[in-house]
Design a protein around this ligand. Sequence first.
Ligand SMILES: [Zn+2]
Length: 249
Amino acid sequence: MHPRPDSPLVEKFVVSPNHGARLVGPTDALILHYTGMPTGEAALDLLATEKGGVSCHYLVWEDGRIWQLVAEDLRAWHAGKSFWAGETDLNSRSIGVEIVNPGHDGGCPPYPEAQIAAVIALCRDICARLKIPPQRVLAHSDIAPSRKIDPGEFFPWRRLHDAGVGLWAEPSSIRPGPSYEPGALGPPVAALQKMLADFGYGVEVTGVYDAATQDVVAAFQRHFRPERVDGIADVSTLETLRALQLLLG
Ligand SMILES: [Zn+2]
């Protein structure tokens, strides 16, 4: 028996055994990933078999085909240890979309047009049906900044936003000015950590610019200021973060 897809955009439902019941709710976040494998077939072999031990709700192929692997009302295993806005069980709270791309290990090949169009259509459909707010359309790297870098700084977040998906503010220009970097101490570092934590990131407000803080700043840049991802809170990074917070009000 074939389960019925949750989205009309799904071409095929390939059932993954890697799922369980959602433990907390509501389902109000959308997490985007790249597969990070040489081929989509290799990724599917992990996502849809017991030995792989991972899964996602949707898989988007390079040519734009969309397959569903786990029903939306079930908990797929894509996020791993994660945190966003006070929640540690992002698998229970989210829909996971894996986008076929070999990722950083594969040289960051651009996402093909057909695939971007399919991701946009799918995200629009999911966000509309589940009422997921723009600020909860997130990268895997946002919710696991010290472990994950997908879907990468080459993922077209701006285009998604232009099509009505996710939060975006035009990044402030990169230029000289006061900046904070690993090793910095004191109230300005605490203020930066507070801003990032208020935005949703899992960072402790310690006033010490430690490795974890650097990872969170890099995750922020990867998503919202992709031109330079170095984990240094430069003027452009700080201004872009402030602009996004203003959008949230
Ligand atoms: Zn991922």
